[in-house]
Design a protein around this ligand. Structure first.
Ligand code: SAM
Length: 445
């Protein structure tokens, strides 16, 4: 049965929804509402432990509420906090970290002031954009509506680097005219699935990737060469084959269509090659600010370290360049090849080596050889075996980079119950306008 009630929002959930309580204490999540706001809310769903509401009327506004800079912000699920100004976002993200550490990790800590990004728009160096074709042949491209797999069709995305943003509309037009099948969910004969764009923030080099379930597209190499000639910044166009009906965006095989399979980028004044599918931090200037923090946290005396979940060596190599001996661990084979290649490019192979495989299998054997460990896991955080290895064989410095305060809090809770003490937590705004927040935690034993 539907119910309407007045609710005061007291915080933000991890995905940017307003959180409040009804008079009987039940927790309600309401999209688009901000802390401090009071609103008439219709309850649209009752889950076991919380309610979902929809705002019918805002009765008061947060002082930092603003008109979103993106015209699609009310529909697109890509950014959850466009309606909150930059200062408001920073305060909310800091609070999200405090809340997660306290609630999940039972850690009472005072994180340092969040490091704000210089630009809240135009910062993303990468986008993977779902594609579909309508019954009348129009090509639609865009991110998903919040909580669904419905595309919100777009031609512009203001958080994307403007040099990539400018390519979306003409690429869509060319794909529409090419009339190739688009079948993202593989419900029919297969076809194109996603468009992926990546740019080197400093180099300006662009790599265009079409992700498809097969390679039967007449005229595709010709169109790829046309793109290369039309846009001098585009150094390569590739086709990534993902024939499996899974949520994994990229498949194992990538074929060059025109130009190179990689782009060059400078990161912390080192040379990097990046492929289409390997992880690389999406906000380059903010990621570069992390390196001096890591170096400071490694002082004094942490000469050797493991960089677990190292990707293409974005942190391993600057640390090696500063004199540390680094062993990188990474699951993705393509990323390990690039990390080794990047070490060679910068004459750092003697100080940075890389092992391919799961951290849970490799870390324990390496722990007796090193003074410090840097972990930078995916959103799901550390596997239990990794936490356990770090607790059983403590290192003097443990640096944890996290893109999810909830799993960071869970892992810190376990590590602090073991032999570690928390030195600092530094939130960093890597993803303005979204509800995501990066944190660096420094632990010692
Ligand atoms: C958040 S990214 C960090 C990458 C790198 N530190 C950087 O900043 O560029 C996480 C990385 O962990 C890798 N990864 C995921 N699960 C892993 C596992 N079980 N063992 C090793 N690496 C893993 C992913 O392929 C990805 O490159």
């Amino acid at each position: 049965m539907e119910q309407t009630c007045d609710v005061t929002i007291t915080g933000l959930s991890h995905d940017g929804q307003g959180v409040g309580r009804l008079s009987d204490g039940q927790v309600v999540f309401v999209p688009d509402l901000l802390p401090g706001e009071r609103a008439r809310v219709r309850i649209v769903h009752r889950a076991r432990r919380h309610l979902i509401g929809q705002c019918e009327q805002r009765l008061s506004d947060n002082d930092h509420r603003r008109r979103p800079p993106c015209i699609l912000a009310d529909h697109c699920g890509g950014c959850a906090l466009q309606h909150l100004d930059h200062q408001g976002q920073l305060a909310s993200k800091h609070d999200m970290v405090v809340q997660a550490l306290g609630r999940i990790g039972t850690i009472r800590s005072s994180p340092d002031a969040i490091l704000a990004a210089a630009s809240e728009l135009g910062y993303r160096n990468r986008a993977v954009i779902p594609l579909e074709r309508t019954a009348d042949g129009l090509l639609r491209a865009g991110f998903y509506r919040r909580g669904s797999h419905q595309i919100v069709n777009m031609n512009r995305c203001p958080v994307l680097d403007p040099r990539l943003d400018a390519l979306i509309e003409p690429i869509k037009r060319d794909l529409e005219q090419a009339d190739w099948p688009v079948d993202r969910h593989l419900s029919g004969e297969g076809g194109l699935r996603h468009l992926a764009l990546r740019i080197g923030h400093h180099s300006g080099e662009i790599l265009i990737t079409l992700i498809a379930s097969h390679d039967r597209f007449d005229g595709l190499p010709e169109l790829a060469h046309h793109w290369l000639e039309r846009w001098p910044a585009v150094v390569g166009v590739v086709l990534n084959l993902q024939p499996k009906p899974t949520n994994t965006l990229f498949g194992a095989h990538t074929r060059p269509l025109a130009g190179r399979e990689w782009l060059s980028e400078r990161f912390c004044n080192l040379q990097f090659q990046l492929g289409c599918d390997s992880f690389f931090q999406v906000n380059t200037p903010q990621a570069e600010r992390v390196v001096p923090l890591l170096l400071e946290a490694l002082q004094p005396g942490a000469a050797t370290l493991v960089d677990a979940y190292c990707g293409v060596g974005a942190f391993s190599l600057p640390l090696a360049a500063a004199g540390h001996q680094v062993i990188g661990l990474e699951l993705q084979s393509a990323a390990v090849s690039l990390a080794r290649c990047n070490a060679q490019l910068n004459n750092l192979s003697a100080r940075a080596s890389f092992q391919e495989g799961p951290v849970a299998e490799h870390l324990e054997a390496l722990l007796p050889q090193v003074d410090a460990v840097l972990v930078d896991p995916p959103r799901k955080g550390l596997e239990a075996a990794v936490r356990e290895a770090l607790i059983q064989r403590p290192v003097s410095r443990l640096l944890y980079l996290s893109c999810d305060p909830a799993t960071l809090a869970r892992d810190l809770g376990a590590l602090l119950a073991g032999p570690y003490a928390l030195q600092r937590v530094q939130p960093i705004d890597f993803f303005p306008n979204t509800s995501h927040v990066e944190c660096m935690a420094v632990l010692s034993s």
